[in-house]
Design a protein around this ligand. Structure first.
Ligand code: FE2
Length: 168
């Protein structure tokens, strides 16, 4: 049971709380992506994860920038959802017994994370707009566009990889 309440009694506090949780999400993804790059066989998939790792590092910096300005510090609050997504992905990848099937599993895992992130970022972007934090909203929008691009790229790669996995 939680010993201390975060006492979120206004939208601004909830906003900062969720930005700190997103910081944890991005940090966990920064740790997970090198393992995903390592496990992927398809060259295009490897490259897609590589470039998203670069983007993810920038997304961490962007969140730190917003949090430092808003709260004077940028400390993460552990995101339990991301931890569960990463753990489920590890199980799925571990059980794959063929390179194409493993790639298909990695794409699926990556897209689940992207969709989760897009949902979370969409919410905090709207809160930033409501709170009159225009420059925050613009920075968050940049991240949402990167996540969307990564998701679309994975869909493209899956069109080929899933067919290969079917005949594996
Ligand atoms: Fe991200």
């Amino acid at each position: 049971m939680k010993m201390f309440s975060a006492n979120l009694d206004n939208l601004r506090k909830l906003y900062i709380n969720q930005l700190r949780t997103l910081l944890s999400t991005e940090q966990q993804i920064t740790e997970a992506l090198p393992k995903m790059i390592d496990k992927s066989t398809d060259v295009q998939l490897k490259q897609a994860f590589q470039s998203h790792l670069q983007e993810t590092r920038e997304q961490v910096t962007r969140l730190e920038q917003i949090l430092n300005k808003a709260a004077g510090e940028a400390s993460p609050i552990k995101c339990k959802v991301t931890a569960a997504l990463v753990s489920a992905a590890e199980d799925m990848v571990k059980d794959a017994a063929d390179d194409d099937v493993r790639d298909a599993a990695l794409i699926s895992a990556g897209q689940r994370v992207e969709h989760y992130e897009i949902a979370c970022y969409g919410t905090v972007r709207h809160w930033a707009q409501i709170l009159g934090l225009t420059s925050d909203a613009e920075l968050l929008d940049k991240t949402i566009r990167e996540e969307g691009h990564a998701d679309h790229l994975l869909t493209q790669i899956s069109n080929r990889v899933n067919e290969q996995a079917k005949v594996a």
